[in-house]
Ligand binder design. Structure first.
Ligand SMILES: NC(=O)c1ccc[n+]([C@@H]2O[C@H](COP(=O)([O-])OP(=O)(O)OC[C@H]3O[C@@H](n4cnc5c(N)ncnc54)[C@H](OP(=O)(O)O)[C@@H]3O)[C@@H](O)[C@H]2O)c1
Length: 301
């Protein structure tokens, strides 16, 4: 006979919170309450979840829930958890779960009653909307972090119930782990936007520039599905082509030029046997700029 699943409350009915909640409902958990800040987010929760529980802005609605999902933004996590403990909403058997890649599980236990536990489950996935988050959870890696083995096992089981594939992350490693995820996800978008803006300086509008670049980007990501970054790299740096890079640098202006240089320097790490000349021209301006700014600093002091 299958065990009855515990009930839970959601605090923070945003993109991640709603996606996770819908998955837990499908896995047989009972939702006791949804607690949000604005009327708009509560309204969205009602329609996304086909509301099966009270939706309110009163934190007390989470009282008595064995599991409390804290899906507020990373900056709101600590203050909201402190409020929960101060108001006596958490108890000795409460399990608080947050979804931040940055913060450790224990970040939300400041002032908690003894016996209250915390887990961090971070889906290594991007959730632009609750619906996309719900879809994206299927097969997503989920980083599990907590203070003891029993909690970690519980976290792994929950991650699977969300549709994800759990893996453990060391408490001390979380900040750099999260920085890596930000680079892979957010800065990939930044790079796409910046490349489009540069292409738009070549006599076309942004829409056309984007349409032209998209197939190239799509093919690059396709290649990365089966190749390591070192293998997928093509272009002038992979070919040690100093002349092409020099041409680019002569014509580029900021903000594109400085980003091109920085990314070029990082690309060198992916290429074996890089020529000294290539290294030099990519580093040149950085050194010149830093010498200049050092000189300016000396001049000012
Ligand atoms: N989105 C992603 O791609 C993603 C992926 C993985 C992990 N995460 C993690 O998931 C967590 C939530 O991120 P998100 O992107 O889902 O944020 P979000 O869409 O901005 O949602 C945050 C929700 O928290 C509510 N809220 C804020 N303060 C509150 C309070 N004091 N009481 C009750 N509700 C409150 C907000 O309500 P209002 O709308 O009314 O302000 C909003 O509904 C973060 O820890 C984030 O790192 C996000």
């Amino acid at each position: 006979m299958s065990q009855k699943k515990p009930s839970f409350s959601l605090i923070g009915p945003g993109r991640a919170g709603l996606a996770v909640t819908r998955r837990l409902l499908e896995a047989g958990y009972t939702l006791r309450s949804v607690i949000g800040r604005s009327t708009a987010s509560l309204e969205r929760a009602r329609s996304f979840l086909g509301m099966v529980a009270p939706a309110t802005s009163d934190l007390h609605a989470a009282q008595g829930s064995p599991i409390i999902l804290l899906a507020v933004s990373d900056t709101d996590l600590h203050p909201v958890s402190c409020q929960l403990h101060q108001l006596g909403i958490t108890g000795e058997n409460s399990l608080l779960i947050h979804f931040s890649g940055l913060h450790t599980a224990d970040w939300i236990l400041d002032g908690a009653p003894s016996g209250c536990k915390a887990l961090s489950l971070h889906p290594l996935m991007t959730f632009p909307t609750p619906e996309a988050g719900y879809q994206g959870l299927q097969g997503a890696p989920v980083a599990v972090e907590g203070s003891d083995e029993a909690l970690l096992l519980q976290g792994e089981a929950l991650a699977k119930e969300l549709g994800g594939t759990p893996f453990r992350i060391e408490t001390e490693a979380k900040v750099l782990y999260h920085a890596s995820a930000v680079m892979a996800c957010n800065y990939a978008v930044t790079l796409a936007g910046t490349s489009r803006n540069l292409m738009a300086t070549c006599g076309m509008d942004r829409k056309q520039a984007w349409e032209l670049l998209l197939p190239l980007m799509e093919r690059t990501w396709e290649n990365l599905k089966t190749m390591a970054p070192e293998e997928a790299l093509t272009g002038p740096i992979a070919r040690n082509d100093v002349t092409t890079i020099q041409h680019h640098l002569e014509h580029l202006t900021d903000p594109f030029k400085s980003l091109y240089r920085k990314l070029g320097q990082a690309t060198l790490d992916l290429v074996p046997n890089v020529s000294k000349e290539l290294r030099r021209i990519l580093a040149e301006e950085t050194e010149a700029t830093s010498e200049k700014s050092q000189g300016e600093k000396r001049h000012r002091t």
